[in-house]
Design a protein around this ligand. Sequence first.
Ligand SMILES: [Mg+2]
Length: 436
Amino acid sequence: MSMGHRDGTGAQGLIEVDLGRVAPIVCGRMSRSTILVNVHGPDHPGISAGLMDVLTATGADVYDIEQIVVRGRLTLNVLIGVDGETATIRDLLLFGWEQRLHIEFEVVDPLPTPMKPMTVVTVLGERIGPDDFGAVARAIADGGGNIERIFRLSRYPVVSYELAVSDGDMHKVREQLIVAAAERPIDIAIQPEGLERRAKRMVVMDVDSTLIENEVINLLADEAGVGEKVAAITGAALRGEIDFEGSLRERVALLAGLDEAALKRAAQRITVTPGARTFIRTLRRMGMKTAIVSAGFTRFANALAADLDIDYSLSNTLDVADGVLTGKLAGEFVDGPRKASFLREIAAREGIVTSQVVAVGDGANDLDMLAAAGLGIAFNAKPVVRERADTSVSVPYLDAILFLMGVRRDHVEAADAADPNFDQGQLIDLPGIPPV
Ligand SMILES: [Mg+2]
């Protein structure tokens, strides 16, 4: 056993104990001491219970406990208060020897650490290498922030970690992190930690290029033989380069004459974004309301809402006469401001404040709604949207948004496994799962 007080006074000490070699302890004070006990070694059931038995017998108070198990290796920290540390340390050493665990002790300041406002930094990517993580840690340090906790939320379809950060200049940390994310294939989200983050109750999504991988107007234009022309206008509109309403009406006019069969063929080419079903199923299990709002078209959006069990749907309506499209829109026009007002309307109807709403979109016409929500997420978005949203996701999986909301992937999977109505065949093997 090695034992020593680093400063020689006994007020701030560190005692390290080698496994299995116990010798009498000769130091100690009879005043109440605050001791940080660190236990590490192979995990097995009963360690915490046994440790608490020892502490109970020695009359210790427990002030704090944190534990994590990685690859079967336990790290357990317990902050205790004791009268006379010698007896307690001796009993804990014996316990560690019996349990084949390393136990270290440090006498710490008895004053509790003041509560600090925390910021949550979520890092996600297909792969997060040490260089990526290093860039994140450096960005936080450069802003004066301190990483207090790190937790892995998922390893597929993306790897994601949640970091609790205290102190520092969060504006500077944010700026540094945006630079780090821009230079690397990772996404980084920064949110204040607190009840509000945990209290999200509704998710409002765009449809085209968000919930689905397509732009339906382009699929319809293909049927009308004007695919390339319309796709070019759609691109410019979604980048915010041209007037949205005028350009949409112009494109819809080119669809005049399309019949039911053409609309059905277009519908069959729609592909739901990977992870969309997992995302929505999980939100529902969490008791959250879901909505889609789209400048696309009612017959497609409503079918998606029914298929995916989405609570609210608002979109534009293609005018039909004598079984064919007239080239006009019917009813109210859904543009960017209308998307935002719809978000506010349905939130109010559900008794939800907008700070509890998450909005997800990719186009310039989504910016108003992203700004209206408590958390606006640019999903594989056009640059103008990425720059102005609260945060952005560039991996092509919609369920990656769950990790920004602090959801753990293993909880999603456990809920699927426990659901007798869930078709396990829906789960697909994803390539590129790291060996962890
Ligand atoms: Mg879109």
